[in-house]
Write a protein that binds this ligand. Structure first.
Ligand code: FES
Length: 66
């Protein structure tokens, strides 16, 4: 786990999640905190994940334009 002065790597995937070196705590607007101990955490940037704030690969699904 990085110390306070070390930099975490954050990678923005075009059209996909934001990858952050874990573990992470994500503070949500409703005041709750989501935690993940994964080595790399995929945070949803498309807001379609059923596991929000974490990516569930829903960003890969095509949206029907009926
Ligand atoms: S970025 Fe993957 S589900 Fe939103």
């Amino acid at each position: 786990m990085p110390t306070e002065r070390e930099h975490r790597r954050v990678t923005v995937e075009p059209g996909g999640p934001i990858l952050i070196d874990g573990p992470v705590q994500v503070q949500l607007p409703d005041g709750t905190t989501a935690r993940s101990d994964r080595f790399v955490v995929a945070v949803c940037a498309c807001r379609r994940s059923k596991r929000y704030p974490f990516c569930d690969t829903s960003h890969r699904k095509k949206i029907r334009d009926d």
